[in-house]
Design a binder for this molecule. Structure first.
Ligand code: ZN
Length: 252
């Protein structure tokens, strides 16, 4: 999953929908935009441990292993200049800074920019620019396949679900088919964005995420409705910008 953006209702709907036993891999931007940074981090921590691997590790160690940092996470920490963000994002970051609790802020501090998990890597933006690049066009994907060696790179940031497939020298953009498994071919490599949980922008206002089966080598996009009005109401109470409140319903 990617780009939860402090949207607890969307996160809970996704976790409810995800019935398989498996790990949760989080591609950054847990916070920013939405009203519930603390609750989202706490929920991810809790579920992350439930679905943990066999080895015993502390809460922070385990999470460092499965979640990478996004630009909004770094913005909240003051590790990125706010000039990088638009005015609406800056307002949300400033409100997030006021309400985030220390232990949850420490979670953000612990996040790496890049993770390798077997034949997959996780980044927020793209393999060649893990924090900033919006990877949406095929020519960008061609260049990014040169920036990693593993079979698959999972990324977020653009809030658009997409799969790029590289077969020898040809890169194809695969339109996401929801609720239908995409077979990942043996000789191919992939760049995969599961879309955004907390602020979808592809015209579909349902929360977006994906399920990767590393045994059968399949990937499935999923969409889940959630009570958008409830999230919007909380945003209004916190004084978050109207534009951010309205766009949740539009999915844009
Ligand atoms: Zn984002």
């Amino acid at each position: 999953m990617a780009d939860v953006h402090s949207n607890l209702e969307a996160l809970e709907a996704v976790l409810e929908d995800f019935e398989e036993k498996g790990e949760i891999w989080c591609l950054g931007d847990v916070v920013g935009y939405g009203p519930n940074p603390n609750e989202c981090i706490a929920t991810l921590n809790h579920r992350g441990l439930q679905h943990g691997t066999t080895e015993k590790s502390t809460e922070s160690q385990r999470l460092v292993r499965y979640c990478v940092a996004g630009n909004h996470d770094l913005g909240v920490l003051g590790k990125l200049e706010l000039d990088w963000f638009n005015a609406f994002a800056v307002e949300a970051i400033e409100i997030t800074r006021k309400i985030i609790e220390k232990k949850h802020r420490n979670f953000l501090v612990s996040l790496p920019k890049f993770l390798k998990l077997g034949e997959a890597i996780l980044v927020h933006g793209s393999p060649r620019d893990p924090i900033f690049e919006y990877l949406s066009e095929t020519h960008q994907a061609e260049l990014n396949f040169e920036a990693f060696q593993e079979k698959i790179c999972f990324c977020g940031h653009s809030h658009y679900p997409v799969v790029f497939e590289k077969d020898d020298d040809v890169v194809r953009k695969i339109v996401p088919y929801f609720q239908k498994k995409i077979k990942l071919k043996k000789g191919c490599r992939y760049l995969i964005n599961p879309g955004s949980v907390g602020q979808p922008r592809d015209g579909d206002n349902r929360a977006s995420y994906g399920v990767f089966d590393d045994q059968k080598l399949t990937f499935e996009f999923r969409r889940v409705p959630y009570p958008i009005g409830k999230t919007q109401e909380k945003m209004r109470k916190l004084g978050l910008p109207g534009f951010l409140i309205q766009r949740l319903a539009l999915g844009r």
